[in-house]
Design a protein around this ligand. Structure first.
Ligand SMILES: [Fe+2]
Ligand SMILES: [Fe+2]
Length: 184
């Protein structure tokens, strides 16, 4: 049994404020991609879906003179760092397992290369899954952040994904369920 569902995360005011700011439709799509990729990469699908859902929770707005300033954004943005901290705080508050909260926080931190150290850096399978899931949903001109679906559809898709995760966890081998140290 999962301690925290996607619905618990979705309904929290912090998620409604920050995930909505970066695009709820994008977050839900990335959660879905992460769930499916997790099975390919032998990663816990619940952890992957949660990390996918929260990956852009650190976004904020880069406006100058009323226009989005892409140059400043590209150069100065630290949304993976802000997001890692926000996601961690939210998950711990909701009662998530602390090891899983840490794994998700690291996956948020490394979902783009902006927070990666110079040189060779090996992503863990979970971190790779979240990165690939985000890439899958990206659209030209960053329009994926502005894609809109109504709230009823958001809720339906969140509940559907929760059901898929629960079904998978009920049927999968135990080795896919635990979060051993190799998932870092
Ligand atoms: Fe991002
Ligand atoms: Fe994203």
């Amino acid at each position: 049994m999962r301690k925290v569902t996607l619905l618990d995360i979705y309904e929290h005011p912090i998620t409604q404020k920050y995930v909505r700011r970066s695009g709820m439709a994008h977050a839900i799509s990335v959660a879905n991609h992460a769930f499916h990729l997790a099975q390919e990469y032998n990663v816990n699908p619940d952890t992957a879906a949660k990390a996918g859902f929260l990956h852009d929770i650190g976004h904020y707005e880069w406006y100058s003179d009323g226009e989005w300033d892409y140059k400043d954004y590209r150069e100065f943005d630290i949304h993976p760092i802000k997001g890692a901290e926000r996601a961690h705080k939210l998950l711990v508050r909701l009662g998530e397992n602390k090891r899983i909260a840490k794994e998700i926080s690291h996956a948020v931190l490394f979902h783009t290369d902006s927070a990666l150290p110079e040189g060779e850096f090996q992503l863990s399978p979970l971190q790779l899954v979240v990165h690939l899931a985000d890439e899958k949903d990206k659209q030209p001109g960053d329009s994926h952040h502005y894609r809109y679906i109504d709230r009823q559809k958001e809720l339906t898709r969140i509940k559907q994904l929760d059901k898929k995760i629960e079904k998978h966890m009920g049927s999968g081998p135990p080795s896919q369920m635990d979060n051993g140290p190799d998932s870092y």
